[in-house]
Design a protein around this ligand. Structure first.
Ligand code: PNS
Length: 158
């Protein structure tokens, strides 16, 4: 059974992430969406981000959401996964992710497959969504409809 892992902060998940995950799911039996719980500042807890992702994919039985801590490659190996999938928006993403992919292969043998993001999502990021929320912008085009109201509630700082 083929399995891949897609990691990120997903703080929050955007339509760009959803597109990437669904495209990967068309080529793998199972896609594990791995939400990093790292020491860097995160707007809401990893478990909350995982809950939102599970809601988005509740009708996709081959897409799972998990929280991981520590090295992604180690988590992948321990769970029998040998492919990481990463989305690339631009040259900056590629430069960063290429180094990460080399390092991950070196330390674990896990390969990274890159998917080019669709043009319409090139400017979409979690930071962009958070900025819109902070300034009362409309996030409808950027986050899945099914979690929109929850995202607004969880991320709106008073
Ligand atoms: O969406 P992000 O914020 O770019 O992704 C963050 C995260 C947590 C997925 C990423 O930092 C990560 O994979 N961290 C795990 C640590 C790791 O494996 N680093 C690579 C060492 S070579």
């Amino acid at each position: 059974m083929s399995k891949c892992i897609i990691s990120g902060s997903f703080d929050p998940i955007t339509n760009g992430h959803v597109d990437l995950i669904e495209r990967a799911a068309a080529h793998f039996d199972t896609v594990v969406v791995a939400i990093g719980d790292n020491i860097a500042k995160q707007a809401i807890p990893a478990e909350e981000r995982a809950r939102l992702i599970k809601k988005v994919f509740e009708n996709n039985s081959n897409i799972e959401a998990v929280v991981f801590r520590g090295l992604l490659a180690k988590y992948a190996i321990l769970n029998g996964i040998s492919v990481i999938v990463k989305g690339i928006r631009d040259r900056d993403d590629l430069k960063y992710e290429a180094d990460m992919a080399r390092a991950n292969r070196e330390i674990s043998g896990v390969e990274t497959f890159f998917l080019l993001c669709n043009d319409k999502y090139q400017h979409v990021s979690s930071s962009f969504v958070k900025e819109l929320i902070a300034f009362d912008g409309d996030i409808s085009d950027y986050v899945p409809q099914v979690i929109k109201s929850e995202v607004l509630r969880l991320y709106k700082k008073n």
